[in-house]
Design a protein around this ligand. Sequence first.
Ligand code: XBP
Ligand code: MG
Length: 249
Amino acid sequence: MTKLKALIFDVDGTLAETERDAHRVAFNETFAEYQLDWVWSVELYGELLAVTGGKERMKFYLERYRPDVPRVDDAFIAELHQHKTARYNKMLRSRPIPLRPGVRRLVEQARSEGIRLAIATTTSLDNVTTLLVHSLAPDAVEWFDVIAAGDMVSLKKPAPDIYDYALKNLGLPAGECIAIEDSYNGIRSAMAANVPTLVTVSDYTRKEDFTGALLVLNHLGEPEQPFTVLAGNAGEACYVDVAMLRGLV
Ligand code: XBP
Ligand code: MG
């Protein structure tokens, strides 16, 4: 008798590689629009990802890297973030970002087998819905029973709050769900909410610590594009499907 009832997906780095060439670029374009000399290189952005949430990340950047910049207030950060979000959404609409290997297949299989779907992310709700509509399917938002995102909770990952929120709205115990994450902050958040977690590492996170993960893979895999196991035991499987996930819980 299986107890797997739902999959809870992280978004950035897990559903798609959105950080380096989309979020980062939208931040930089916004800084340029406001004539700020804030420039986030590919390398610097990797360091800034230690802090989740765009508003929190900008504040962290100023505190840690720009003691020369006079203090800015939260309202200005929020205004910048609104502009960044608009730019990011425009990008996702005009040049959809491909889903990572295995994501579409696993989501579609879960739906057809009655496994419920949810999202737990620190990014803003608009960013999630635009990504789902333009990279997955026009009606994909409806495929997810719960989309827990951004400021719906006050404490972002690695705090457990966004997973607690998703579980509460799913009405399921943590042990009947599996989280799929790509980052240290993500797995800390899921595990703090007691959700068993599978990790698919992403461009920025492959060297992070994933102690406690059910399994660490390079991606979810496809029949013709098998995954590589980075930690844990995947048995005979070469791509992640519902049967394999049932075996993991
Ligand atoms: C990733 C994040 C987000 C995005 C930016 O979220 O940390 O902050 O980089 O999004 P996750 P916002 O991996 O949990 O999906 O600017 O909308 O905060
Ligand atoms: Mg992520």
